[in-house]
Design a protein around this ligand. Structure first.
Ligand SMILES: [Zn+2]
Length: 372
């Protein structure tokens, strides 16, 4: 997903964001409720009533989607794992978990609580619509009851990474005892389901239902990508968890001193082809300076600026220990959006450096050797 998100709230410590694409679907749902769905079923309302009920219904629909994702997130937290955040986007919502569930049962509970929440919401809205004294609330309740049940059923389709696919994976995992194998099987089924969506959508479009057909095909395309990406993520995580930083890191670390000027450093960058230098004095790491940092200073100031002025100081530096796994290092680099991470022992002595590019090249080579 792109970085066009807006943070709107924080619930139970979980950041809630909306993606720019969500505004489009929100407007579309509100518009079609106010101009087509409600007018077709309730022809005698005033125009402002259509818009008011349409807007309120649309908001409650997306609140329902949020509650569905919140249910996944709270279950994840209850099982002792962290949630990065919830984002609403054009196809609904997504709760990003920090890492894969630890046990098959955890995965089952985290996946199943979403559709269960939507079903409970659907029943509540039907009940509310049935009890309500005014026709407007009845109409909204009926619609919201219907879409929440639909949301639950759609999510129960056994195509990974939909909830149904995750439930399926947890069952295969429980039976085979292998998370990687379960992921491969579930992703394969997920891809097959995605292709059914795409083909069925194309068929509908050819039959004249262009919008619905394209929409279905679009969802299928999204699911196809998601199934492939999630599987690659699993392979990456499994592979990197079995390698230790001390066996992988570069022990020859590019070093510079605090008083070296940027002009001198720039010359070395060109000659040595390195993008990051650790700043050290007397065997201690003082910070790190990268090509990106150098670029922020105008070239005419390079001869007069010492490295110490622009480096990221050691206090703000993320490091890993030699006994950490490559997965720990990779995750930290992804989270912090950094390209390299110094390896230090418990006495804060520099042992080496892990670079993201080296990890990616390593994975590429393992894949070419048929090891993944
Ligand atoms: Zn879900």
């Amino acid at each position: 997903m792109t970085e066009s998100r807006l943070r709107i709230a924080r619930l139970f410590g979980i950041p809630i964001s909306i993606d720019a694409s969500w505004l489009l679907i929100f407007a579309l749902v509100t518009f079609s409720l106010a101009t087509s769905y409600f007018p077709a079923r309730y022809p005698h309302w005033s125009p402002p009533a259509y818009w008011a009920v349409g807007l309120a219904t649309s908001l409650l629909f997306f609140l329902s989607v949020l509650l569905h994702e919140l249910a996944h997130s709270l279950m994840t937290q209850a099982l002792g794992q962290r949630v990065r955040g919830i984002t609403l986007f054009i196809f609904g919502g997504v709760a990003e978990l920090e890492e894969e569930p630890r046990r098959a049962l955890d995965e089952f509970l985290i996946a199943a609580v979403g559709p269960a929440t939507s079903l409970a919401l659907g029943a509540s809205f039907f009940f509310l619509g049935w009890l309500a004294p005014t026709v407007h609330v009845q109409a909204a309740g009926r619609y919201l009851g219907f879409v929440n049940v639909l949301l639950a059923l759609f999510n129960l389709i056994p195509g990974f990474p939909l909830d149904g696919g995750r439930i399926f994976r947890s069952l295969v995992w429980a039976v085979t005892g292998s998370f990687t194998r379960a992921s491969r099987i579930a992703s394969g089924v997920g891809e097959a389901v995605a292709w059914v969506f795409i083909l069925f959508g194309a068929l509908l479009a050819l039959r004249g239902l262009v919008f619905n057909g394209l929409w279905l095909a679009f969802i299928g395309w999204f699911l196809l990508n998601a199934a492939r990406t999630s599987y690659r993520q699993v392979v990456l995580e499994e592979a990197l968890k079995n390698v230790y930083v001390q066996d992988f890191m570069r022990r020859q670390v590019p070093l510079t001193s605090p008083e070296e000027t940027l002009a001198g450093l720039a010359e070395r960058i060109l000659r040595e082809g390195e993008r990051a230098y650790l700043v050290a004095a007397d065997g201690r790491v003082l910070g790190i300076v990268t090509l990106k940092d150098v670029r922020k200073v105008p070239p005419e100031a390079h001869p007069l600026t010492p490295v110490v002025q622009i480096m990221t100081p050691a206090a703000r530096l993320r490091t890993v220990s030699p006994s950490a796994t490559l997965w720990d290092a990779f995750r930290l680099m992804t989270e912090e959006d950094i390209h390299q991470i110094p390896v230090v022992d418990e006495l804060h002595r520099l042992q080496g450096l892990v670079r993201r590019n080296d990890i990616l090249r390593y994975m590429q080579m393992r894949s070419e050797l048929g090891q993944l």
